[in-house]
Design a protein around this ligand. Sequence first.
Ligand code: FES
Length: 78
Amino acid sequence: MYVCICNAVTDQEIRDAYDGGAHTFAAIQDELGVATCCGCCEPVAREILASCQAQQEKETAAHYPRPLLDFSAAAAAG
Ligand code: FES
């Protein structure tokens, strides 16, 4: 689906750019030119970026579960 009509950018291109390392909205703008003309597409483009970030967090959590021992309280106490 086209997200940015001005620059002919699709949702898949945004997802591919994210997978390629463009993890911020500015990086995606730099790479694809999305939301650099009229800006009408910015909310949808940001939603796609957020879904990519959420998916990555979910996958990271699945690969790196929380440790069994939590030392953060001990570290905070000094
Ligand atoms: S629709 Fe994306 S800048 Fe206009």
